[in-house]
Ligand binder design. Structure first.
Ligand code: SF4
Length: 478
């Protein structure tokens, strides 16, 4: 997905920028970038790969180079950012949290208008540069950003560092968040509100879908009101979010605990203890323990001194190795016990299968999995939550292919809790993973745990129900 942080202050912004961006590190794996703007010296920018090291390690030696009272930082799963632009709108820098499905189509349209792409490398289009070109086509920043909203299939939130403040624009349907914060003589915008407490910012509010605001050191102005339709990603609370983060004012850990409590209360499986697969399964397990009336125990722990992040490399074989290395089972707790473990979701299932066999090797009598969300039956076209190249990486689709000879057949039935197809699929997932039993949460209980109306949430990967910005655009034009 990726995350960003922008701050504008009366004094130097460097420290807040550095730490604020770092608190978004769990949202991305590939690249990070920082840019500051100093009125006299102009922009200072640096971009590094994160594939072999962490954000702070990569940037801390360069901090003295960054000058100015305003800056942007980004942790990206894809392209090198920030992009710096000199245009008829003035000098600016832009960072995005975006997943653009139609980059080629947009690029062809721009090239046909005699525009050029300078950031291309290995034939890949830089999506953030594409966003900058679309912004440049507007007479104003607001017009240009709306041009982005109209053209992009997928999602795109952005921060734009200008000579007159930082412009913050949340995705047209609010799939990815932007939270505003302020303290004395500074304002900030971030993907994760977790960035605020230690830097002394108070959360002001979330931007609404399609809302555009400008922040300065001494205040904020709305440049475009929020749209009414919202499709915020429900997976933020299940998986992406750091436990201390709030989206739409709703805390991630609270949702996970509520979710687990509901699942625990409804579950009639007899067990001796429940544990959570770190990090995102822990809150669910704590709630499950309360709801089911069994103790929460740390039967598996993440080795935090050198594996501080929950995300893993994009290469599958390295990811499997890293996943194995960073989780350590505790034989003293597993041995002789009927264990329930809570995890956020099942994508391919490979990691989970390894965990299950380790639990049995370490003496567990039974291993039951309880998953915080429904089965992932559909791909995510909006934020690219897996690095999947193919929908067939989803264990659900592989099973549907095996059952039906067609991985696209009857998806709605497989996505409906309690249907014969759903029951058969879940049983088969449990068998392939070697589990004593497997239960997924229902959409209804997940939505109840989040506490927003379903119509305001994206639940597409579970039920295929959400819509594209262009569809909403058409509807609002009708
Ligand atoms: S499809 Fe799933 S992961 Fe993607 S935005 Fe919707 S809820 Fe989030």
């Amino acid at each position: 997905m990726g995350g960003f942080f922008g701050t504008i202050e009366v004094r130097s912004c460097t420290n807040d920028l550095f730490y604020g961006t770092d608190y978004n590190s769990h949202l991305g794996t590939k690249r990070a970038g920082l840019v500051t703007l100093d009125k006299e010296k102009g922009f200072c920018r640096s971009i590094h790969s994160l594939e072999s090291s962490y954000f702070r390690t990569k940037f801390e030696d360069e901090l003295d180079d960054f000058e100015g009272n305003a800056g942007l930082g980004v942790i990206s799963d894809t392209d090198p950012q920030p992009i710096i632009v000199n245009s008829h709108l003035g000098r600016y820098a832009v960072v995005t949290v975006a997943h653009i499905l139609n980059t080629r189509e947009i690029a062809d349209e721009l090239l046909a208008k005699h525009m050029h792409l300078s950031e291309m490398s290995a034939n890949n289009i830089n999506p953030t540069e594409l966003v900058a070109l679309l912004i440049n086509m507007g007479e104003t920043f607001v017009e240009g950003i709306n041009n982005v909203f109209r053209k992009v299939r997928g999602s795109c939130s952005m921060l734009v560092l200008t000579e007159d403040g930082i412009i913050c624009a949340r995705d047209f349907l609010g799939r990815t968040p932007i939270v505003l914060g302020r303290k004395e003589s500074a304002w900030a915008a971030t993907s994760e509100s977790t960035a605020f407490p230690n830097l002394g910012y108070e959360t002001v509010r979330d931007l609404g879908p399609g809302e555009i605001v400008r922040i300065k050191a001494n205040g904020m102005e709305v440049l475009q009101e929020a749209a009414t339709r919202c499709q915020v990603c429900s997976f933020l609370w299940v998986y992406y979010g750091f436990p201390t983060s709030d989206y739409e004012g709703i805390n991630t850990e609270d949702v996970r605990e509520r979710n687990g409590k509901i699942m625990g209360a409804k579950d009639d499986t007899e067990a001796d203890l429940v544990c959570g697969i770190p990090d995102s399964g822990v809150g669910t397990a704590l709630g499950y323990a309360e709801g089911h009336g069994i103790p929460y125990k740390r039967a598996v722990l993440k080795y935090t001194p050198t594996w501080p992040r929950s995300f893993t490399p994009s290469n599958q074989s390295r990811r499997s190795l890293v996943a194995k290395m960073k989780l350590i089972p505790n034989r003293a707790i597993l041995k002789g016990n009927r264990v329930v473990f809570c995890d956020d979701s099942i994508v391919r299932g490979t990691q989970l299968r390894d965990n299950v066999s380790t639990f049995f090797e370490y003496g567990a009598k039974e291993v039951h999995a309880r998953i915080s969300c429904p089965p992932l039956v559909y791909e995510c076209p909006f934020i690219g939550f897996t690095s999947s190249k193919s929908v067939m990486e989803l264990i659900t689709r592989r099973i549907i292919q095996d059952f039906e000879g067609d991985s696209e057949k009857d998806l709605d039935k497989y996505a409906t809790t309690g249907s014969p197809q759903y029951e058969r699929m879940v049983k088969e997932i449990a068998r392939r993973l070697g589990l004593s039993s497997l239960k997924f949460n229902t959409i209804e209980d997940l939505v109840e745990s989040i506490g927003l109306p379903k119509s305001k949430l994206c639940t597409h990967c579970f039920d295929g129900s959400s819509y594209m910005p262009q569809d909403a655009d058409k509807q609002s034009a009708e």
